[in-house]
Design a protein around this ligand. Structure first.
Ligand code: ADP
Ligand code: ZN
Length: 735
């Protein structure tokens, strides 16, 4: 939808009007008058009065033509901000994503403008300078301000107040009396420029074809999707760096998306080794000041390379020339609140609209991308072996039906003896279990009572490090009890099943001389602690790493040669249509940590189903076998990418209300032979935070415009009332 193409003739001295989009959860634009002397174009950032407030908005149509009866009531745009306008391509992306995900356009726009809460980044970059004589009688507050400024020529106004520990009023007072003047601060220096020729490596003959393809794609600069499909350790990063180098040479910006920004510490260093400087970052943990500065550098084009989490996709790049999506298969790219979108898919959309190339990199591509590559919609760039002649890890199953561990233990005798050998050789071992905490369930041996969350349909997880029982869905927690609240029995409570904390206990008992470390997201308080723990591992100060999926991704641990997967079946049993794909990806990634630099890596899969297609493909190192069987299954069942899915989640404070709304929606679904509407059924987690949840699943054929169907459907449905809520998830990733 592009209103700007609509032409209206405006008499020379008539009042001009524009339509603006406000970055809040509203879909419609609002008309405003343009004050005399102000020139506005579509994309300009403006301040407008909205109700009692002054808000940031973007001109969406420059020649608005609202109903003449409204003219008298229209307000004026209050100011045009001194910021780069939003380019047409980004405005199209906003419209496209809103339309596809059924989100209000303003909500998508908000993701483009996350530069801080105020109007614009450091818009009022006012500084203060000491000019006049200080007043004779100084309050202590004024004294501090003057001391602070006496040795500094110019200091940011709000920072000065903060640093001196005074209110803004103290500064204003000194300005009024002529002691200080206010003047604009100079813009911050641009981020240092990466040098495309700084540390270029020599490529192996096997990498060279990939390198050539990367350079060609970046040099062409047109829309093109490449799937960089290389086994772990094949050098995907080094290879896609060449596309970035070429893009830097062309004077354009690159966006590198990462699934989890906490994991990019090693990446930033590698980037610096290749390009001489670190790229700028974009993620939720930036300080407001860095955020404002980075936003400005992105939007004025002075940041050549940005590495960021999914939210970086919507930023207003001045001249984006390349997008790289690393670990493109990762589930973390899906955002499941606010605007429900998949950042990999929307990155392809953005590249298409902006007419630029995009690289999707993975050792275990999503089934969607694999199908696109098989059908030649994407160019496959394959790196089938590891760099430097390192072998892929050897993978073996340990059949837990035949070699079970002792009661209450989770490490089989076989795995224990292999770990012992590794530790004796001074190599590292990784025990992988994708479960946080000590035990997933606590029960009373005397009466059978199980500890469940009071407001979710979930058991409480025992966290011994924190000495609490915790709900993983809502965060509710309580101290670990000593007696059963139900039957009052003492010492009757038992922990059932393992989590990483319990494994550490077992590992410490089995290998008392080994240094163990648990890596789990709940034990990581910040990106910095995460980065320092990873450094400890990489530098060899840990013998046995016990970790959740946090350790699976992207790390290089030079001394790690053995990976033991404690419960390889864990992800297979949850009834999710993507369970096999997820398990395949996760286990490949985690075992791929082994043997990257020296020695032969080995992976042990403790499993009860050694004949499952995922286990068989892993053991045989047969990638094609896995994709063949999975693609065949999806094709037969019309699951994505051979059919389309959307889910409607209806929730309410009581069950009948949620279920009732669900039934009414289903009754109103338009008939269409290309669509199947299933439900409402209880959602897999039927109660979260005291809200009852029902799900309607909508399945359609592949080329069908599901968004349009949903929009027409919801237009005739009753709106959620009271505490009812309806969430639409197009292309849901989990069930
Ligand atoms: P992937 O992302 O495919 O797992 P990486 O890009 O992390 O692989 O490369 C694995 C290791 O091999 C890294 O330590 C990387 O620096 C090294 N490497 C890859 N290609 C080269 C090369 N051409 N020259 C030197 N080192 C390389
Ligand atoms: Zn809960």
């Amino acid at each position: 939808m592009d209103h700007s193409s609509r032409s209206t003739t405006t008499p020379a001295n008539a009042t001009r009007m524009v339509d603006v989009l406000v970055p809040v959860a509203l879909d419609q634009t609002y008309s405003y008058k343009v004050p005399r002397g102000m020139e506005l174009k579509a994309g300009d950032l403006v301040g407008v009065p909205l109700g009692p407030r002054e808000v940031l908005a973007v001109v969406w149509a420059e020649n608005a033509n609202p109903d003449p009866r409204l003219h008298n009531r229209l307000k004026e745009v209050s100011e045009k901000l001194d910021l780069p306008p939003l380019k047409p391509e980004l405005r199209s992306v906003v419209d496209w994503v809103a339309n596809y995900t059924l989100s209000p356009r303003g909500m998508v726009l908000r993701m483009c403008l996350r530069m801080g809460e105020n109007l614009g980044p450091e818009r009022v970059r006012a500084g203060v300078r000491l000019v006049g004589d200080p007043p004779r009688r100084l309050t202590p507050a004024r004294q501090r301000v003057i001391e602070l400024l006496s040795d500094r020529l110019l200091h940011g106004k709000s920072e000065a107040a903060k640093e001196a520990g005074v209110s803004a009023g103290v500064i204003d007072g000194l300005v009024d009396e002529g002691t200080l003047t206010v003047e604009p601060m100079p813009p911050p220096p641009p981020p240092p420029a990466p040098d495309p020729d700084f540390g270029q490596p020599d490529f192996s003959p096997l990498q060279r074809a990939g390198v050539d393809a990367m350079r060609a794609l970046a040099a062409n600069g047109t829309f093109h999707v490449a799937l960089l499909d290389g086994v772990t350790g094949s050098g995907k990063t080094e290879v896609y760096f060449e596309a970035i180098a070429e893009t830097i040479r062309r004077g354009k910006q690159t966006l590198i998306l990462m699934p989890e920004i906490a994991l990019t510490g090693q990446f930033l260093d590698r980037f610096a080794q290749r390009f001489g400087v670190r790229p700028i970052e974009w993620h939720s943990e930036l300080t407001p000041r860095t955020r404002a500065r980075n936003w400005a550098a992105i939007s004025d084009g002075s940041a050549p390379v940005v590495v960021g989490a999914r939210s970086a996709l919507f930023l207003p790049y001045a001249n984006l020339g390349l997008i790289v999506v690393d670990e493109e298969h990762d589930q973390a790219y899906k955002q499941d609140e606010g605007v429900h979108y998949h950042a990999r898919d929307m990155a392809v959309v953005r590249a298409h609209i902006a007419k630029i190339p995009i690289v999707l990199a993975s050792a275990t591509p999503s089934v969607e991308s694999e199908v696109n590559a098989r059908k030649s919609r994407y160019q496959r760039i394959a790196l089938p072996s590891r760099f430097g002649g390192q072998h892929m890890p050897h993978i073996e199953a340990i059949d837990m039906r035949r070699e079970p561990p002792a009661r209450g233990r989770y490490i089989s005798p076989r795995l224990a003896s292999e770990i012992r050998k590794a530790v004796e050789k001074r190599e590292q071992a990784l025990l992988f279990l994708n479960r946080r905490g000590y035990a997933p369930l606590t029960l009373c041996r005397a009466c059978g009572h199980r500890f469940a969350c009071t407001i979710c349909d979930a058991w409480l997880v025992d966290h011994r490090f924190r000495q609490r029982l915790v709900c993983h869905h809502c965060g509710f927690s309580m101290p670990r009890p000593q007696t059963c609240p139900h039957c009052a029995a003492e010492e009757s409570l038992v922990a059932v099943g393992p989590g990483v904390e319990r494994l550490q206990e077992e590992a410490a008992a089995l290998f008392p001389d080994a240094r163990t470390m648990v890596l789990s997201s709940d034990l990581i308080t910040s990106i910095e602690t995460m980065r320092s723990e990873l450094t400890e591992i990489a530098e060899g100060r840990v013998d046995i790493i016990i970790g959740t999926q946090l350790v699976a991704k992207g790390h290089n641990f030079p001394r790690l040669n053995l990976v033991g997967v404690v419960d390889a079946d864990l992800g297979l049993s949850n009834g999710d249509p993507r369970a096999s794909e997820r398990t395949w990806q996760l286990l490949n990634q985690v075992i791929g940590r082994a043997g990257r630099e020296q020695g032969r890596g080995v992976g042990y899969l403790q499993t009860h189903q050694p004949d499952h297609p995922v286990m068989k493909a892993l053991i045989a190192c047969d990638r094609e076998a896995f994709y063949d069987s999975e693609i065949d299954l999806r094709e037969r069942t019309l699951y994505p990418p051979f059919g389309r899915l959307a889910s409607l989640i209806i929730s309410a404070g009581d069950r009948p209300s949620a279920e009732g709304l669900g039934r009414r929606l289903v009754a109103l679904a338009p008939r269409d032979e290309r669509v199947v509407v299933l439900g409402p059924a209880e959602a897999p987690l039927a109660v979260i935070k005291g809200r009852y949840r029902f799900r309607i699943l909508v399945k359609s054929a592949r080329g069908f415009d599901l968004s349009d169907y949903l929009r027409n459907w919801l237009a005739v449905c009753p709106k959620p009332k009271g505490n009812q809520k309806l969430e639409v998830d197009v292309d849901p990733q989990s069930f």
